[in-house]
Design a protein. Structure first.
Length: 283
């Protein structure tokens, strides 16, 4: 079950953390450049705790998330880009980044610009304007509906641009998310305002509001801070039952609520999913 999978992930991360604490001053192997600054057992343990916090938030274990974040590399005094990355290269045996800027098949949803909050000068959130640019339009189709976008991602400018695995900006937002989950809105507000002002160029909030407002503000900031770094928005909005709040271009378009099992992995599962290894089977 999904719960069993998360339990196993948590167990592996916690066991890894225990081993890293007893790992001595250095690894017996060399880590790649994407782990610069986190390439000793002690510093890599901080990465482990960041990932552990992410998992804890996914299962609403907010107290554990805060404990793990306190043992991670989270810091409002360090760059938001601080973290570990999947790197690419052009040397023999390397792989290149195939989601780079200008890839013809990849366009951003124009509603990301339309839905961005505005800065005091009336311009959109800096995260939108620095990660997206207007360029040549492209049109695709979804059934009988055509979809056109002239918005290009600029997150990966070259075919060797690294992709973040986890970084400081996400950790700060995870701390805000955990505090919101625990009802500690006063503790969440400084972290959200730090990201709003530092990454988005937005004015700070006086309050997070009531009802759904604190969570909606948190999810907005995660969407724009982690744009094109992974399936964060889909995971987050599904987690909170808010998938239909995500912007969509197609009227009546489908919101998928499962991540399909890769067929080859599904076939060897024992027991198999109730739906079998069909396109609908997933988690």
């Amino acid at each position: 079950t999904r719960a069993e999978v998360y339990d196993r992930i948590e167990q592996l991360l916690d066991e890894g953390y225990t081993h890293l604490q007893a790992g001595g001053a250095a690894f017996s192997f060399r880590l790649g450049t994407g782990f610069a600054g986190f390439d000793t057992p002690a510093t890599f343990a901080q990465v482990n705790r960041g990932l552990r916090a992410r998992v804890a938030v996914y299962v609403d274990d907010f107290g554990t998330a805060l404990t793990a974040l306190g043992q991670s590399f989270l810091s409002t005094a360090q760059p938001l880009s601080l973290g570990v990355y999947h790197v690419y290269g052009t040397a023999s045996g390397d792989l290149t980044n195939n989601i780079l800027t200008g890839t013809p098949q990849i366009r951003a949803n124009p509603l990301l610009i339309a839905g961005a909050q505005t800065r005091l000068n009336g311009q959109p959130d800096l995260r939108a304007t620095t990660k997206l640019t207007t360029g040549e339009p492209a049109t695709g189709s979804s059934g009988t509906t055509s979809i056109t976008s002239d918005q290009h991602f600029t997150v990966y400018p070259t075919n060797t641009s690294p992709v973040a695995i986890i970084r400081n900006e996400e950790l700060i937002l995870l701390r805000a998310e955990a505090n919101i989950g625990l009802g500690n809105l006063a503790a969440a507000l400084p972290d959200i305002n730090f990201i709003r002002t530092t990454a988005g160029g937005l004015a700070p909030l006086v309050t997070l509001g009531t009802g759904d407002a604190p969570l909606d503000e948190l999810l907005y900031n995660k969407r724009y801070s982690l744009l094109w770094e992974g399936g964060h928005s889909w995971i987050d909005y599904r987690h909170y039952g808010k998938l239909t709040d995500l912007p969509r271009q197609v009227t009546g378009g489908v919101f998928f609520n499962k991540m399909p099992f890769p067929r080859n992995e599904c076939l060897v599962r024992d027991p198999q999913p109730a739906a079998g290894c069909t396109p609908e089977a997933g988690i």
